[in-house]
Design a protein around this ligand. Structure first.
Ligand code: CP
Ligand code: NVA
Length: 301
């Protein structure tokens, strides 16, 4: 593993290795055991979009690992004034030991990886959110004891989260169902791959998708960059909500996950968030442990 650009690049064994190390680092942190595996290393973090969890967890993660993290805003970088990725990537490669990028186009992350010569980590693009799904898989495995054979149902927009959940879930032997309105399906190549490699369905029928699910997952109706479409999307997505009625279609002990930020009363009701807050906030915490594992595997000597 040289970079983390998308989950499709990882084998099942590599995902298991990340999850196992994440569990170990979590245990050690909880028990006050220091693990300065990235002593003296520096991670650059480029954010073209807002972030709470990703920014704070990468920064704290580098601190925990004995290294440091630099927050690089495109407002301040020359990249915001048109310096090309080819040059930025090669310059930053000479100062840093790794770069995490959150941006719009997947191509920008892939370009950084091809022009630079240090590990690149995708901190979210319009196409996928691999770091989030590693933390999600960690949370499910931690609570259910396994991933294989569980049914994961995603309700809502076929966006970056849906794309990564499909790939991560199918690679780990889960059944994945997506409930989304027509015209808002996940990436067609990812759906084709999922159908050929596992148990996968995509339907506009939310009850059918949630039926017998072990994990229900949702995300905002309008992602970052789609704010202007919000009113239109609110009408189209109004039935794509995790609420107590939909919970009855899932397994009795189904988990609920949300990558956050959540919009209560839209994709999920406030009562469901509160009933499942242990799971949802453990999931948020696990971003830290899962990302630390990724950084160690990519950046340690
Ligand atoms: N889930 C997630 O990536 O959160 P942030 O946008 O706050 O980083
Ligand atoms: N789909 C959301 C995920 C946020 C973590 C977005 O891209 O805004």
């Amino acid at each position: 593993m040289k970079h983390l650009l998308k989950l499709g690049d990882l084998s099942k064994e590599e995902i298991v290795k990340i999850l196992d190390l994440a569990d170990k680092l979590k245990y050690e942190k909880r028990n006050g055991i220091e693990h300065h595996l990235l002593k003296g290393k520096t991670l650059g973090m480029i954010f073209q979009k807002s972030s709470t969890r990703t920014r704070v967890s990468f920064e704290v993660g580098m601190f925990d690992l004995g290294g440091s993290a630099l927050f690089l805003s495109p407002r301040d970088l020359q990249i915001g004034r048109g310096e090309v990725v080819q040059d930025t990537a090669r310059v930053l490669s000479r100062f840093l030991d790794g770069i995490m990028i959150r941006t719009f186009e997947q191509k920008e992350v892939e370009d950084f990886a091809s022009y630079g010569d240090i590990p690149i980590i995708n901190g979210l693009t319009d196409y996928c959110h691999p770091c989030q799904v590693l933390a999600d898989l960690m949370t499910i495995r931690e609570r259910k004891g396994t991933l294989e054979g569980l049914k994961l149902c995603f309700v809502g927009d076929g966006n970056n989260m849906a794309n990564s959940l499909i790939v991560g879930g199918i690679k780990m032997g889960m059944e994945v169902s997506i409930a989304c309105p027509k015209g808002y399906e996940p990436d067609s190549d990812i759906m084709k791959w999922a159908s050929e490699n596992g148990k996968f369905t995509c339907t506009p029928d939310v009850v059918e998708a949630a039926s017998g699910a072990d994990v229900l997952y949702t995300d905002v109706w309008a992602s970052m960059g789609q704010e202007e479409e919000f009113e239109e999307r609110a009408k189209i997505f109004k039935n794509y909500q995790i609420n107590s009625k939909l919970m009855k279609s899932a397994n009795e002990c189904a988990m609920v996950l949300h990558c956050l930020p959540a919009h209560r009363g839209e994709e999920i009701t406030g009562d469901v968030i509160e009933q499942h807050s242990d799971e949802i906030f453990e999931e948020a915490e696990n971003r830290l442990h899962a990302q630390k594992a990724v950084m160690v595997l990519l950046m340690a000597d």
